[in-house]
Ligand binder design. Sequence first.
Ligand code: KIV
Length: 276
Amino acid sequence: MGLAMSTAQGEIKRVTTHTLQSMKLHGEKISMLTAYDFSMARIFDDAGIDVILVGDSASNVMAGHETTLPITLDQMIYHAQSVVRACQRCLVIVDLPFGSYQGNSKEALHSAIRIMKEAGAHGIKLEGGEEVCESIKRIVGAGVPVMGHLGLTPQSIYKFGTYTVRAKEEEEAETLINNARLLQEAGCFSVVLEKIPASLGTEVAQLLKIPIIGIGAGGGADGQVLVMHDMLGINKNFSPRFLRRYLNLYEEISGATRQYIKDIKSRDFPNEKEQY
Ligand code: KIV
């Protein structure tokens, strides 16, 4: 029996973790985007996106921090609540923020349960390999779907020192493959691979039974994810090689704002029809 939601338009079948597994089996690619608020999430869900990630990239793109480290669990729950309210079809996954799970599997479970209970999310994502497997087992054991995240894991940026491509060397690539296997064994339903060589992304997607979602991990992954601000061109100064921009919203919004200011100054707005 699948999950379904009754709406004015009829019944909408929910995307579940099982749907994603079946998509991998049938070779159908998975689409995923980040969102942090009701209005954007509603547009993405209506357009047919499979998964929305309430990413801790909210720390950068919504709050203006340099890294993902400052965002809190309460702030993630606020963003997640807004997104969940908007989504009728897609699967909504929420990042556990830095400091809410590392090194303590009881705290990890507590954080995951808060996200599920207070936001109504459908699962959580966390970063890391072997070191987070105990937490993953506990969270999955409580019935909460977990997505892993390997490669460039932004919560460890101060350890890496740079945002460059990870696992180019054989040793790091082998560790990544081993960690991906461990995440699958611990019970993850999917793993995100960020900024690694395409050949390694393909290898992991072929080795693992669970769906691999790539961001800068090449076309061999089972699905792709992008940060919405990058994909829509709201950030004009971020142009990594893996990014495809579908709009140039920075210019569009800036142009509209300039026109609005001009119309007010020139007394063109509001006109006769735009007032009571
Ligand atoms: O926080 C985020 O947006 C992410 C994606 C880059 C996968 O983790």
